[in-house]
Design a protein around this ligand. Structure first.
Ligand code: ATP
Length: 139
C-alpha cells in the first residue's frame, strides 16, 4: 500500500519524520485530510491537533500556526510551534488555561482579548491532544 511521508518541523527543531497512512490537520479554513496520492495542496494552519495513522494507530501532534504542503505523497508541515502528545506538559497547559480564563474577564482592549483567546485555544488544544493520544494508546 502507498504511504505518505510526514515531516513536521518548527523554527527550532525537527519534530518528526515518519511514513504514515493518513494525515488530518487543522487548516485555517477547517480540518483537512490527506491520503496517499492526494493532489498537490497548500494550506495555512490554525491552532489545533494534527493526527496521523501509522500501522492503523492514531498519533496526535499539537500545532499552532504555519503551513502544510502536500506534494508527491509527502506532507511537509512548517509549524510555528508543534509538540507530539508525548511531549505535552499538561500541568503547564492547565496553568496557561487558568491564566487565560482569568485574563478573559479582565481584558478590555480588543487586541488583548484576541491574544487571550488564542492562548486559551492553545492550552485547550494541548490538553485535548494529550487526552486523545492517551485514549488511542499512543501517548
Ligand atoms: P505558556 O504560557 O505555558 O508558555 P504558550 O501557549 O504561550 O504557553 P507557546 O508560545 O505556544 O506557549 O510555546 C512556547 C514554547 O513552549 C514552544 O517551544 C512550545 O513547544 C513550548 N510549550 C508551551 N506549552 C507547552 C506545554 N504545555 N507542553 C510542552 N511544551 C510547551
Amino acid at each position: 500500500m502507498a504511504t505518505l511521508k510526514l515531516e513536521i518541523v518548527t523554527p527550532d527543531r525537527k519534530v518528526l519524520s515518519e511514513d504514515v497512512e493518513y494525515v488530518g490537520a487543522p487548516g485555517i479554513m477547517g480540518e483537512f485530510g490527506v491520503l496517499p496520492n492526494h493532489v498537490p495542496f497548500l494550506s495555512a494552519l490554525g491552532i489545533g491537533n494534527l493526527h496521523y495513522k501509522q500501522d492503523g494507530k492514531a498519533h496526535y501532534v499539537f500545532v499552532s500556526g504555519g503551513f502544510a504542503e502536500v506534494s508527491n505523497n509527502q506532507v511537509t508541515v512548517l509549524a510555528e510551534v508543534a509538540e507530539k502528545a508525548t511531549e505535552i506538559d499538561v500541568d503547564r497547559a492547565s496553568k496557561a488555561k487558568e491564566r487565560a480564563e482569568q485574563r478573559a474577564t479582565a481584558a478590555k482592549e480588543k487586541i488583548e482579548s484576541i491574544r487571550n483567546q488564542a492562548a486559551l485555544k492553545r492550552a485547550i488544544s494541548r490538553i485535548n491532544c494529550k487526552n486523545s493520544g492517551k485514549n488511542a494508546g499512543t501517548c
